[in-house]
Design a protein around this ligand. Structure first.
Ligand code: AFP
Length: 314
């Protein structure tokens, strides 16, 4: 991991992405997130009278951010985007661009319920070469993943499968490279547990107990982007939102949150599984599919797997 000051996002993309259309899509999304960042303060306490396809209460900022992202991508057909999927939409949108090569799947503002208490939230985006729903699984289907974290700083983390790189939005409104080629340690020192303890399975509870006995510190904000960002920048650890006794698929969505985070973490030398299989091997047919997630350093993810498969040496 190294700091490489002064490099712009446009320059970095030219070096790390040889696909012109893909570079333009990433840059356009990064620019759009600047605008989303500017409206968060105004709309962060306004509750909409609607619910998303998962039945969750929507906030004004969810709807507005989705509209901004979708319409700015739909308008410029030169990007060659065919499908657009969002956690805030009931169904997948087809942009009717016959030459459309790429698809975009996103959570426009993840963690929006934290906005009213000024905790960090983020936009999560995955870019696919072809349709989002197919039998290829995310590792082959996705060509880029990024998130923008709206915190004390606005930062952007991206990969086009040639490493993971962090940019900071500077006071002049430019994304400037802050950290290049982020790598996770084999074993970290923090964990994000996810879900209510009373709803954990025995295997998950035993796993978390072992992490605590080994001295891992609990770090959990309730915002996926901030919690994963901490693991990427603090050298490792594990984020988990497990299968719960009443929700065997957990809470988080495969296509809007988990594939993107899995690609970033794998590119940083980590692992992302549902406790049995790699997240990027999954190819559910339901765009709203959920999955348990164990994501982060290899030691912790593999240890979780041993507990979940009852193979841990006690
Ligand atoms: P919201 O988008 O409804 O705030 O949920 C955030 C989230 O989807 C994800 O960002 C967190 O990791 C997870 O939910 C936290 O869930 P719990 O509140 O159940 O811990």
């Amino acid at each position: 991991m190294s700091a490489n000051i002064g490099v712009s996002l446009r320059e970095h993309l030219l070096k790390h992405c040889d696909r012109t259309e893909l570079r333009r899509i990433i840059y356009h999304i990064a620019e759009t997130c600047k605008y989303i960042s500017s409206i968060l303060g105004e709309y962060n306490r306004k509750v909409a009278q609607t619910h998303n396809s998962s039945g969750e209460q929507q906030l004004e900022v969810d709807i507005l951010s989705n509209e901004i992202l979708m319409e700015r991508l739909r308008r410029d057909t030169s990007f060659g985007i065919n499908e657009f999927a969002s956690e805030e939409l009931d169904k997948l949108e087809i942009f009717n661009t016959n030459s459309g090569r790429y698809s975009v799947s996103c959570d426009p503002v993840d963690g929006s319920s934290l906005a009213d208490v000024n905790l960090s939230i983020g936009t999560i985006v995955g870019i696919y070469d072809g349709p989002i729903l197919n039998d290829r699984g995310g590792r082959d289907n996705m060509v880029a993943a990024l998130y923008v974290l709206y915190g004390p700083l606005t930062t952007l983390m991206y990969t086009t499968k040639s490493g993971v790189h962090e940019f900071v939005l500077d006071p002049t409104g430019n994304y400037v490279l802050a950290t290049e080629n982020i790598r996770l340690e084999e074993k970290g020192s923090i964990y994000s547990p996810g879900g209510l303890k009373k709803d954990w399975t025995r295997e998950h509870r035993d796993f978390i107990k072992t992490l605590e006995e080994q001295g891992h510190k609990l770090r959990y904000s309730g915002g996926l982007v901030a919690d994963v960002n901490q693991i990427l920048l603090k050298g490792g650890g594990i984020f988990t939102y497990p299968a719960l006794v009443d929700k065997p698929d957990g809470k988080l969505r495969v296509y809007f949150e988990l594939q993107q985070m899995a690609l970033l973490v794998e590119q940083a030398g980590g692992l992302a599984t549902n406790g049995e299989d790699h997240i990027l091997n999954l190819s559910p047919t339901d765009i709203d599919a959920r999955s348990p997630i164990y994501l982060g350093s290899k030691y912790e993810v593999n240890l979780a797997q041993q507990y979940l498969e009852h193979t841990v040496a006690v």
